[in-house]
Write a protein that binds this ligand. Structure first.
Ligand SMILES: [Zn+2]
Ligand SMILES: [Zn+2]
Length: 369
């Protein structure tokens, strides 16, 4: 069958093209009609991965057809797609670290398709098999994925809200719950209030943090941060190296003690050590943004007894945590609908990326007819 999809050229650009998708999924494969796909900075990065791929790694839709070995879902089920696809049998999966599965993690597989990828030949572009971003490729009217990449849900939720759960929301909220394990009554700093930062903020609110201090250089984002649960905001200056001045404000707000937890959500390499400057002795600094560059750190920032953790995907165990997040949404605690600030058609992806870079959206989502 034919489908329209956003195809990255691997050299910084993309185009909307027609692809051929198999209508007979084999073994544990599932054919999904995608209804909505979240847009994230990783999608922008994927334009320059040096290979043609079907873009998109956040999505929700309806199961159209299942392969003969599929057991957990059937035709007509609504599913969220999940890019952290655990194999369930490797040593990391057995230890409970399903976010860093040795066999299926696309992040750990690097430049080759992970084992969690459906058959490459399930999707053809100009007659040639084409890879799907993070084994999903959600910016496409249809996708063939592994059963283990799907999470069935039954609650009432718009597809556009469901689509964003499988990446930025889980990364932010699970960093709070699973990685840093924020305690009720504690103080939390969130550096950077982009899509992931806002979800760290709402995670901290749900965890019962007493003080939630949002730091950003953009006053509009700080206003947004308050809507998600920030109790204090600090407008930082671009000239504040390592955010040491902002750290002083954090110490004032926390009665001279320093915060119990600080989350770095900016992806700015120079701010890699900033959360250490915000926390008390024996506090926890958590890098959520995925900084990978070499930076210089003043080791005194670690004094004393501080922990610095760098979880992938917030240590999210998708099959357990995504249903948990959906029930928090159903209770009204987790804000998803208002996080979808703008919706776009697939052919408006250029505009969606421009809006993402200008920071006007909490989150942009592509919706399909
Ligand atoms: Zn993402
Ligand atoms: Zn595994």
């Amino acid at each position: 069958m034919k489908a329209k999809a956003a195809i990255s050229n691997g050299e910084g650009g993309f185009s909307i093209e027609e692809i051929d998708i198999t209508d007979t999924p084999s073994e544990d494969e599932v054919l999904v009609k995608i209804h909505a796909a979240g847009i994230c900075h990783t999608d922008w990065d994927s334009l320059s991965w040096g290979k043609r791929i079907i873009m998109g790694h956040e999505g929700a839709g309806v199961v159209v057809k299942t392969g003969p070995l599929v057991k957990s879902i059937s035709e007509g089920d609504r599913v969220i797609l999940n890019w952290a696809i655990p194999c369930g049998v490797c040593f990391q999966c057995i230890e409970g670290n399903r976010n860093i599965c040795v066999n299926n993690s696309p992040v750990i597989a690097g430049n080759k398709p992970a084992n969690g990828h459906a058959r490459l030949e399930s999707s053809l572009h100009n007659g040639v098999p084409i890879e799907r971003s993070f084994s999903l490729g959600t910016m496409s009217e249809y996708a063939v994925v592994k059963e283990s990449a799907t999470i069935k849900y039954d609650i009432e939720i718009p597809f556009s809200s469901a689509a964003i759960v499988g990446c930025g929301v889980s990364t932010g909220v699970c960093s709070v719950f699973n990685a840093a394990k924020v305690q009720p009554g504690s103080s939390v700093v969130v550096i950077g209030t982009g899509g992931v930062g806002l979800n760290v903020i709402q995670g901290a609110r749900i965890a019962g943090a007493n003080k939630i201090i949002a730091i950003d250089i953009n006053p509009v984002r700080l206003e947004m941060a308050k809507e998600y649960g920030a109790t204090h905001t600090v407008l930082a200056s671009k000239d504040d190296k390592g955010l040491l001045n902002a750290a002083q404000v954090v110490f004032e707000i926390t009665g001279g003690k320093g915060a119990d937890y600080a989350f770095e959500c900016t992806a700015v390499p120079d701010l890699g050590a900033a959360p250490l400057a915000m926390i008390r002795n024996a506090g926890v600094a958590c890098q959520v943004s995925g900084i990978e560059q070499e930076i210089t750190i003043d080791m005194r920032l670690f004094e004393w007894d501080k922990l610095y953790i760098n979880p992938l995907y917030g240590k999210c165990n998708p099959q357990v945590d995504i249903p948990k997040l959906l029930s928090l949404y159903a209770k009204g605690d987790l804000y998803l609908d208002k996080m979808v600030t703008r919706k776009y058609k697939l052919n408006e992806l250029n505009k969606a990326f421009a809006d993402m870079h200008s920071g006007i959206n909490a989150k942009g989502v592509i919706v399909f007819d």
